[in-house]
Ligand binder design. Sequence first.
Ligand code: ADP
Ligand code: ADP
Length: 245
Amino acid sequence: RPLLEVTDLVKHYAVRGGVLRRQVGTVHAVDGVSFSLGAGETLGLVGESGCGKSTVARTVLRLIEPTSGAIRLDGEDIAPLSKTALRPYRRSMQIVFQDPFASLNPRMTAGDIVGEPLTVHGIATGAKKQERVAELFQQVGLRPDQMKNFPHQFSGGQRQRICIARALSLGPRLIVCDEPVSALDVSIQAQVINLLIDLQRKQNFSYLFIAHDLAVVAHISHRVAVMYLGRIVEIANKHELFANP
Ligand code: ADP
Ligand code: ADP
């Protein structure tokens, strides 16, 4: 059984306009998307800007509500679950965004940022939490003595490592990466991609990996899904990707 099985996922956004903010239209951002993702597998999601990649990612994590469709995690459909019922599933699904600076609280130390999920989910506090955070820092190639530093004291690549450490903190089964290296210098991109690959080899979680750069996607993914206008028009093994005549 796959870790994640998405069936006929649909997401329509209401478009509002005028002074009364009346609904003036509907954007069919995701229009019947189905795919599965195995444990330890990476599925790349590519397609031109606006084709619905981010919407798929956010809907799968239930950060936004699906219009219809099933999102099965270990066979359990999480699409209809309430916020409270979702709580146990939130732990196993994490996201890494494009802009690491925007997703880090500038007033929190890096150590507190990485340790926050441990507090929120009541996993560890005090010395036990510090120990786990130090271990996470090492896993992503940061030094434990950097825990006391604030986000602005890190480089772009290091900030993305902080985001990755935070995503790893609860031992996730699925990490969604939404353009995780697009905001980084080209010379740093390969380092972060190789870190992501290395972490998966050791910890066996799955990635849903969104990027517009096909070379990056092909490098990290086992299979690649191509989206166009809200639909997946092709899913190919990465070896088949460049073999088409
Ligand atoms: P991306 O392609 O990375 O999603 P966008 O600039 O399209 O970047 O979107 C940035 C943010 O704005 C996202 O959170 C997205 O959900 C939201 N957004 C995108 N298009 C619209 C829209 N037409 N109306 C309202 N919000 C939008
Ligand atoms: P991608 O990630 O492939 O760039 P998105 O999922 O961000 O695509 O957007 C898909 C479509 O949905 C686009 O037409 C975008 O403008 C629209 N959209 C995204 N977010 C919103 C929103 N919050 N409200 C209205 N339309 C949105």
